[in-house]
Design a protein around this ligand. Structure first.
Ligand SMILES: O=C(O)CCC(=O)C(=O)O
Ligand SMILES: [Fe+2]
Length: 303
């Protein structure tokens, strides 16, 4: 679409809704039967997904690979306990360093549990707005928080008394389950399902819709805990004319922990590249309007 044509598309929007309707979330807007993407969600041209041409920096992640898709490293979880452990651990480290993403197979989670999870998420999002909105809260410590897009269920472990950044701290760490609902979008080429962001924390396990694709990752971004060795990669989700649900389980240290590069990875030759940070700073950052590319880690870089 040429810039002139896009200008016409952006100014020719009828039936814009009152601001109060937007605060009720995108799913609510879609339930109202919108036929065009409201102006406030239309992205400037350079930030829109180019659905016919994928930039070399964008990598689509989905179950059935197409010509644009990168072959993601595959980690066989069942082999982690066997004689192949050393090899699998090496592949895991390489995947985290090179891509910041991998596909986990033979994880042992029963198919029934996975389909129940999707079923529960779907049932929740199908509830009337009045029911869903009972869970609306900005307090991340409440057991369930409804944001405009998804439902977060938070579980906070006991605080660790150990101040170092060893893996044992994760045993008492925090888990956040995010159920994302991407309703059918009338004009997927004008917007995104989820803006570019990097996840906070140690590891995100993502359960994706097998039928509807949308997740894209970009090369770049660094993860604070590893002092830049393992990446918390920038990723985004395309809008789609078919509704999509995903469930992300974010595993991290206790919410109150201060996170900094692991002392073992910092020395004279490799000085700390990131400022210490905590979960509250992350929440402040992602709820701020700028910048659009929400790479929290970049914002914590020592300049
Ligand atoms: O929906 C997806 O595939 C990704 C969701 C995501 O990036 C997130 O919840 O942080
Ligand atoms: Fe994410």
């Amino acid at each position: 679409m040429s810039p002139a044509m896009s200008l016409v598309a952006e100014t020719d929007r009828e039936n814009e809704l009152p601001e109060s309707q937007y605060q009720k979330g995108v799913r609510h807007l879609c339930e109202k039967g919108i036929e065009k993407v409201p102006t406030k969600y239309i992205l400037p041209l350079p930030e829109r997904p180019n659905l016919s041409y994928k930039s070399a920096n964008d990598i689509n992640i989905n179950a059935n690979s197409s010509s644009y898709n990168l072959n993601l490293p595959i980690i066989d979880f069942s082999q982690l306990q066997g004689s192949n452990r050393y090899h699998v651990l090496n592949s895991l480290a390489k995947a985290c360093e090179e891509y910041g993403f991998f596909q986990l197979v033979n994880h042992g989670i029963p198919n029934q549990v996975i389909s129940d999870m999707f079923h529960v998420a779907k049932r929740f999002f199908e509830l009337p707005f009045e029911e869903r909105s009972k869970h609306m809260s900005t307090d991340m410590r409440s057991p369930a928080v409804l944001e405009s897009l998804g439902l977060l269920e938070t579980r906070k472990g006991a605080e660790s008394e150990n101040g170092n950044c060893g893996l044992e701290e994760f045993e008492d760490g925090s888990q956040l389950i995010v159920m994302n609902c991407y309703p059918s979008c009338p004009e997927p080429e004008l917007t995104l399902g989820m803006a570019p962001h990097s996840d906070y924390g140690f590891l995100t396990l993502l359960l994706q819709d097998q039928q509807v694709k949308g997740l894209q990752i970009q090369h770049g971004g660094n993860w604070i805990f590893s002092n830049g060795r393992y990446k918390s990669v920038l990723h985004r989700v395309l809008a789609n004319s078919t509704p999509r649900i995903s469930v992300a389980s974010l595993h991290s240290l206790p919410f109150s922990s201060v996170i900094r590069p692991a002392p073992k990875l910092v020395n004279g030759a490799n000085p700390s590249r990131y400022k210490a940070t905590d979960f509250a700073s992350f929440l402040d950052y992602i709820s701020s309007c700028e910048p659009r590319q929400k790479n929290f880690l970049e914002s914590r870089k020592v300049t």
